[in-house]
Design a protein around this ligand. Structure first.
Ligand code: KG4
Ligand code: ZN
Length: 352
């Protein structure tokens, strides 16, 4: 089974072809990503209208390239999948319409994929992991702990009450004058800094419900930077290192609470998966490695380029759904908001 996957929900235009392997897991035949970072950099964040137009400009060529690199024609595919949300609706419509048109023209099944579900299932693409597992989803728009019980079967254990973790990284970078997107820049600066110089808060620490709060931490960094006045390179490095240390402690404490809730309410859990762009952060990856070692969990960390937005994860989610006979028709509309867990209250933090 081979599926083409298209991703256009944020500032990455991506197309990929993935093949289901006989023993489970997937083989990535091609994985084309074009980042719009340059287009948005001047604004210090993603501008929805610019994003939608940029997707239109490159998506057709990117799809052709993904098919060529995979060595397949449209006729060889078993389905065409696109991320249908959640995300910036202008971009979502671009990818969704392209996928519908390709499916229609080639008479292949069309699969509308939830972008969050695609992040959640990536560990099954890379490692053939079996259900259930604990998912820590940390991206620019989402911060959640989820019990992944099966395809389409998710229980949200906790989420952020304010900023997403990636958003906090990006805002801290911006207030310290680091270039956009900030997450990787903060990590680079932090590597040269002293994580103990500033004692920033660890919001929600010790609470039983595995929720997150990041905005107080971000404010604490801002106040410290203002107190310093004109931070030197050393100050910026120390601020980044101390901020990142607070994020790491928070993520571990919240993961511990999430694991406890999982085991109490869902059942046994012996694996943890990290997904979303923040999962590319080395300090976070190392800390989660220690946590999982202590907690008897197998840790699955997809490689950084499969943690950030990509087409392979959409193609793989398409394969998972298609394998279960789950396809969609041409009336499927893009969704700016689309919670993974339909039972969880709709007050989740939107991607923007
Ligand atoms: O999953 P993703 O590519 O897009 C969304 O769906 O949001 O995640 C992007 C987010 C951005 O906030 C970015 O700053 C953050 O992930 N990020 C990082 C790192 N790489 C990307 N944050 C911290 N450290 C990194 N190395
Ligand atoms: Zn994402």
């Amino acid at each position: 089974m081979r599926v083409l996957g298209i991703e256009t929900t944020c500032d990455e235009t991506a197309a990929a072809v993935v093949r289901l392997q006989p023993g489970g897991g997937g083989e990535i035949l091609s994985n084309e990503v074009m980042s719009q970072i340059a287009e948005h950099a001047a604004y210090g964040g993603v501008v929805p209208e610019i994003a939608a137009r940029a997707h239109i400009e490159v998506l057709d060529r990117l799809v052709v390239r993904a098919l060529e690199r995979a060595g397949v024609r449209l006729a060889d595919l078993d389905g065409v999948a696109a991320a249908a949300g959640p995300g910036l609706i202008g971009g979502v419509i671009v990818g969704l319409t392209m996928a519908k048109a390709l499916a229609l023209a080639s008479r292949k099944p069309f699969i509308a994929v939830n972008h969050l579900e695609a992040h959640a299932l990536t560990a099954r693409l890379t490692d053939g992991l079996s259900f259930p597992y604990l998912l820590l989803l940390v991206s620019g728009g989402h911060t959640q702990l989820v019990a992944v019980k099966g395809v389409g079967d998710y229980v949200r254990l906790g989420s952020t009450v304010d900023d997403a973790v990636g958003e906090a990284f990006d805002k801290v970078a911006k207030l310290l004058g680091l270039p956009y997107p900030g997450g990787p820049q903060v990590e680079i600066a932090a590597a040269r800094g002293d994580p103990t110089r500033f004692d920033f808060p660890r919001p929600m620490q010790g609470r039983a419900k595995p929720d997150f709060s990041l905005s107080g931490l971000k404010t604490a960094v801002r106040l410290e930077a203002q107190r310093i006045g004109a931070p030197s390179g050393r100050d910026v490095a120390d601020l980044c290192a101390s901020f990142q240390a607070a994020v790491v402690d928070t993520l571990i404490d919240r993961s511990r609470a999430g694991l406890r809730l999982f085991r109490e309410t869902v059942g046994p859990c012996d694996a943890m998966v990290v997904a979303g762009g923040v999962g590319a952060n080395g300090a976070i990856r190392r800390a989660l490695g220690r946590f999982c070692g202590e907690s008897g969990l197998k840790l699955v960390l997809p490689p950084p380029h499969l943690c950030t937005d990509n087409g392979a994860m959409i193609a793989w989610a398409g394969i998972e759904r298609l394998s279960l006979g789950l396809t969609d028709d041409m009336t499927f509309a893009g969704r700016p908001r689309w919670p993974l867990d339909s039972n969880a209250e709709a007050a989740h933090h939107g991607k923007a």
